[in-house]
Design a protein around this ligand. Structure first.
Ligand SMILES: Cc1ncc(C[n+]2csc(CCOP(=O)(O)OP(=O)(O)O)c2C)c(N)n1
Ligand SMILES: [Mg+2]
Length: 797
C-alpha cells in the first residue's frame, strides 16, 4: 500500500555531490552552534576552552530538517517555486539558522554575523548563549512563521499560510512526536478546506525519526501499512522515503519531492483550468531516517544515533572529558569542513550555487514576514450600520447580529484577504449575514440541503478551536486579516496557543526587520450570562483573565455594552496591528444605550460617566455604579432606576467601561487611565459597586493600585450556573439589580437604617422573582418588561 520510488535516481553525480555537501555544511554549522565558542573552522585541534560551558540545543531532529532544506532548495531553483518552510520540531533551531546563514539571508539581516570566519564564530557563539539567540526557530530566525517550541501547530500554521496564496508552496515538517498532539492530529483534516484553485499548496512531511525525548513514537511503531492507510484515510497520498545511507536517501528524496511537486502542479493546473474543485488527493511524504543521523553512533558504549538519546546533545561532557572532546572533533571533521568553506570561512562557490536567490530563498520569502505583504482591509463605514437610538434603552437589538451586517460587507469588500473562523458557530453567534455573500468553505462531499457549503467560502468552520486558531494565526502571520468567533467558555481550549502567539507578537515588535501584522481578533458572543440552551458547562468568562496575563503591549480587551459600541469596537480592532483583541458581546436581544455618535465617543474614551443615567448632576456622588459587559450594564441601569425611585436624594454616578485596560494604571498598560483622571471618575473615597461580566477578582487585580481601591466592591460571575432563565442566572451570582441596590445600601455610609425598608424589599424582590421562575419557567414580567425611563429631573447635557 505504501509508495516508495525505490529505483528512481534523478540526481546526476554532480548534483548529488552538491546536495550532500550542502547538507554536510548545514550539519557542521549546526554542531558548531551547539558546541563551539571558538576555533570555528577547526584550524587547530579542539581544546576545552573552545567549548561552550553550557551545551544546549537539539541535535536529533536537525539533520532531517537540513536534509529537507537542501532538497527543497534544489526544487525551488529547478521549478522557480515560491516556497516557505514550516518546521514543527522547531527545537531544531540551529539547523534552520545554519541554512539561512548558508544562503546569505542571515548575514544580510544581521551584518555582524557575516559569511566569513569571524561571522561563523559569532554564529556559533550567539546560539543559546546569554545575550544571543534562542535555541528554537524563534521570530529572530529569517523565514520563520513558526517557532515550534510548543509542539502541535505546524500543519495548521502551514495551511493558514496557504489559504488565498495561490502561488505559495508551504513545506511543513511534522515531528513524529508532534504528530501525537491533539492539535496536530486534527490538522490533517485541513485539506478538506483547501481549494486547489484559489489557495496555495501544503506539502506535509512527517519526520519519522522514530523517537521523542525518551520514548519511541506511536506512528513509528504501528504497522507501516496502517500508517499509510491512516494518511490515505485523511485524503493524502503518502510517499515513503526511508534509509540511512546518504547517497541512496538523496536520490530517493529527490525523486519523491519531484513526484510530489509534479502532483501538486497537476492538481492545481486541473482545478485552475477546468474549474473543477473536487477535493484532490494531495501528496505527503514520510521521511524515515535515523534521529541524530550522522552524529556519534555510540557514546560511552551506548547506541545514540537512531535513538531517543540523540534528541539533545549527544556528547555531553566535552569540556571535562578528553575522550568526548576527541569524539566531537572527529564528528565535526567527518563533514570535511575544509571542502565546504574557503580560507576566509565563506561557503565555497559550489555551495552558494545551490540555493535560490533573493526572495525565492525560503528565509527571505516576504510571505514569512507577513507585515511586508499586508494590505489594509477595505472597511465599509460602520456608522452606516448603526441602530437608531433616540433615547437610551428605547429600542433593543441583537448586537452581534447588527455587527453581522457590517461583517458581511467586510467579507464582500475583501475577497482575497479576510476570513471568518469559527467552530461551527458563525450563524449561532449571529454573524449569519455573511452567508448572504459567501459560503462556508468545504471540499468534502456536499448534499442538497447543506447550508451555504461550497469550495469558495470565506467562512471557515470546523469543530476544532485549535484548527480555527492555528489557521487564523498562519493566515495573519502571512499578512492577512480575520476574526475568530467562539463560545466564551470554549475559547479556553486555545489558551496555550494564545500564549505562543502573544510571545511571537511581543518578540517581533522589537525585531526591526519584522513588520507588524494584523491583530488576532476574538469575538466571543455566546457568553457566560446567556447560556439558556446549555448551562453550567458552557459558562466560563476566564479567557479574559488569561489574556490579561500577557504582555500589556500586545493585549486589548473590550466589553461593548450594546450594538453601536460593538460596531465601533470591531472597526477599531480590524484596523489595529500586532495586538490580540478580545471582544465580548452578547448575541441576545438587549437594549441599545448609545447613539452611534455617543458610541464612538464612549469607545474612544474607553470608559466614561453616563450622565443620562446618573443622578449626581455634576456634583460629588454618594456612590459610583460601575459596569462592564452588556448584562452587567443592564443590571446596573436597572439598579440605578430603582435607586432613583426609592432613594431620590441619593447621588448616583453610573460609569461604563468598554475598554477594560483603562482600569490599569498608565504604567502598566498603554491604555491605562492616568491616576488623576481615574480619581475624578471613580472618586477617592466613595463606594464603587462594580458589576463586571467575568470573575470579580480581575477588576481588583487591575485596580489595586488606585486610590479608591479600598472602597471597590465587585460583583461578577462566581461559578454559579445551570440551565435557567437569564435573570435567575444573574441572581445566582448576586449580580442582579436588586442585589446591586442592597450593595449600595450596605456600603453608602448612613444609608443603612434609612434604607432598611428598601433593603428588605430588595430581598423580597429576589425571592419573588426566583419563585416566579420556578412556577412559570420564565422571568417575571417586572424583569422582562423593565425599560429605562429617562428621568425628568436630569437634564441631558
Ligand atoms: C506541547 C509540547 N509538549 C512537550 C514538549 C517537550 N518536547 C520537546 S521536543 C519533544 C519531543 C519531540 O519529538 P518529535 O516531534 O518526534 O521531534 P524530533 O524527534 O524530530 O526531535 C518534546 C516532548 C513540547 N515542546 N511541546
Ligand atoms: Mg521524532
Amino acid at each position: 500500500m505504501e509508495t516508495t520510488l525505490e529505483t528512481a535516481a534523478p540526481l546526476s553525480e554532480a548534483e548529488l555531490a552538491r546536495l550532500d555537501a550542502y547538507w554536510r555544511a548545514a550539519n557542521y554549522l549546526t554542531v558548531g552552534q551547539i558546541y563551539l565558542l571558538d576555533n570555528p573552522l577547526l584550524r587547530e585541534p579542539l581544546r576545552p576552552e573552545h567549548i561552550k560551558p553550557r551545551l544546549l540545543g537539539h541535535w536529533g531532529t536537525s539533520p532531517g530538517l537540513s536534509l529537507l532544506y537542501a532538497h527543497l532548495n534544489r526544487t525551488i531553483v529547478a521549478r522557480d517555486l515560491n516556497a516557505i518552510y514550516v518546521t514543527g520540531p522547531g527545537h531544531g533551531g540551529p539547523a534552520i539558522v545554519a541554512n539561512t546563514w548558508l544562503e546569505g539571508t542571515y548575514s544580510e539581516l544581521y551584518p555582524s554575523v557575516s559569511r566569513d570566519e569571524a561571522g561563523m564564530a559569532r554564529l556559533f557563539r550567539q546560539f543559546s548563549f546569554p545575550g544571543g539567540i534562542p535555541s528554537h526557530v524563534a521570530p529572530e530566525v529569517p523565514g520563520s512563521i513558526h517557532e515550534g517550541g510548543e509542539l502541535g501547530y505546524s500543519l495548521m500554521h502551514a495551511y493558514g499560510a496557504a489559504f488565498d496564496n495561490p502561488d505559495l508552496l508551504v513545506a511543513c515538517v511534522i515531528g513524529d512526536g508532534e504528530a501525537e498532539t491533539g492539535p496536530l492530529a486534527t490538522s490533517w483534516l485541513s485539506n478538506v478546506f483547501l481549494n486547489p484553485a484559489r489557495d496555495g499548496a501544503v506539502l506535509p512531511i512527517l519526520h519519522l525519526n522514530g523517537y521523542k525525548i525518551a520514548n519511541p513514537t506511536v506512528l513509528d511503531r504501528i504497522p507501516r501499512d496502517d500508517l499509510a492507510s491512516l494518511m490515505r484515510g485523511y485524503g493524502y497520498e503518502p510517499y515513503i522515503v526511508e534509509g540511512d545511507e546518504p547517497a541512496a536517501v538523496h536520490q530517493l528524496l529527490a525523486a519523491t519531492l519531484d513526484r510530489a511537486l509534479d502532483e501538486i502542479a497537476a492538481i492545481q493546473r486541473h482545478a485552475r483550468t477546468t474549474g473543477d474543485t473536487t477535493r484532490p488527493r494531495w501528496p505527503m511524504i514520510v521521511l524515515r531516517t535515523p534521529k541524530g543521523w550522522t552524529g556519534p553512533s555510540t557514546v560511552d558504549g551506548q547506541q545514540v544515533e537512531g535513538t531517543f538519546r540523540a534528541h539533545q546533545v549527544p556528547l555531553a561532557g566535552v569540556r571535562d572529558n578528553p575522550a568526548h572532546l576527541v569524539e566531537l572533533e572527529q564528528w565535526l571533521r567527518s563533514y570535511r569542513p575544509e571542502e565546504l568553506f574557503d580560507p576566509t570561512g565563506a561557503p565555497v562557490a559550489e555551495l552558494t550555487a545551490l540555493p535560490p536567490a533573493g526572495e525565492r530563498r525560503m528565509s527571505a520569502n516576504p510571505h514569512a514576514n507577513g507585515g511586508v505583504v499586508l494590505r489594509d482591509l477595505v472597511l465599509p463605514d460602520f456608522r452606516e450600520y448603526a441602530v437608531e437610538v433616540d433615547e437610551p434603552g428605547g429600542s433593543t437589538a441583537e448586537a452581534a447580529r447588527v455587527l453581522g451586517g457590517w461583517v458581511r460587507d467586510v467579507v464582500r469588500a475583501n475577497p482575497d484577504r479576510f476570513r471568518l473562523f469559527g467552530p461551527d458557530e458563525v450563524a449561532s453567534n449571529r454573524l449569519g449575514a455573511a452567508f448572504e455573500v459567501t459560503d462556508r468553505v468545504f471540499l468534502g462531499a456536499r448534499y442538497d440541503g447543506d447550508d451555504h457549503l461550497g469550495p469558495d467560502g470565506r467562512v471557515m468552520e470546523v469543530l476544532s478551536e485549535h484548527l480555527c486558531q492555528g489557521w487564523l494565526e498562519g493566515y495573519l502571520l502571512t499578512g492577512r486579516h480575520g476574526i475568530f468567533t467562539s463560545y466564551e467558555a470554549f475559547i479556553h481550549i486555545v489558551d496555550a496557543m494564545l500564549n505562543q502567539h502573544a510571545k511571537w507578537l511581543k518578540v517581533t515588535r522589537h525585531i526591526p526587520w519584522r513588520r507588524p501584522i494584523a491583530s488576532l481578533n476574538y469575538l466571543l458572543s455566546s457568553h457566560v450570562w446567556r447560556q439558556d440552551h446549555n448551562g453550567f458547562s458552557h459558562q466560563d468568562p476566564g479567557f479574559i483573565d488569561h489574556v490579561v496575563n500577557k504582555k500589556a503591549e500586545v493585549v486589548r480587551v473590550y466589553l461593548p455594552p450594546d450594538a453601536n459600541t460593538l460596531l465601533s469596537t470591531m472597526d477599531h480592532c480590524l484596523r489595529s496591528r500586532h495586538y490580540i483583541n478580545v471582544v465580548v458581546a452578547g448575541k441576545q436581544s438587549s437594549p441599545n444605550w448609545l447613539s452611534m455618535d455617543e458610541a464612538v465617543l464612549h469607545c474612544t474614551r474607553g470608559l466614561g460617566i453616563w450622565d443620562w443615567a446618573s443622578s449626581d448632576n455634576g456634583q460629588e456622588p454618594d456612590v459610583v455604579l460601575a459596569c462592564a459587559g452588556d448584562v452587567p450594564t443592564l443590571e446596573t441601569l436597572a439598579a440605578a432606576d430603582l435607586l432613583r425611585q426609592h432613594l431620590p436624594d441619593l447621588k448616583v454616578r453610573v460609569v461604563n467601561v468598554v475598554d477594560l485596560m483603562r482600569l490599569q494604571p498608565e504604567s502598566e498598560h498603554p491604555h491605562g487611565l492616568a491616576d488623576r483622571q481615574f480619581d475624578t471618575v471613580f472618586t477617592t473615597d466613595k463606594p464603587i459597586i462594580f458589576a463586571y461580566h467575568g470573575y470579580p477578582w480581575l477588576i481588583h487585580r487591575l485596580t489595586y493600585r488606585r486610590a479608591n481601591h479600598r472602597n471597590l466592591h465587585v460583583r461578577g460571575y462566581k461559578e454559579e450556573g445551570t440551565t435557567t432563565t437569564p435573570f435567575d442566572m444573574v441572581m445566582l451570582n448576586d449580580l442582579d439589580r436588586f442585589h446591586l441596590v442592597i450593595d449600595v445600601i450596605d456600603r453608602v455610609p448612613g444609608l443603612g437604617t434609612r434604607a432598611a425598608h428598601l433593603r428588605q424589599a430588595m430581598v423580597d424582590a429576589r425571592q419573588r422573582c426566583r419563585d416566579y421562575t420556578r412556577r412559570y419557567g420564565e422571568d417575571a414580567p417586572e424583569i422582562t418588561e423593565w425599560r429605562w425611563v429617562h428621568p425628568e429631573s436630569v437634564t441631558n447635557p
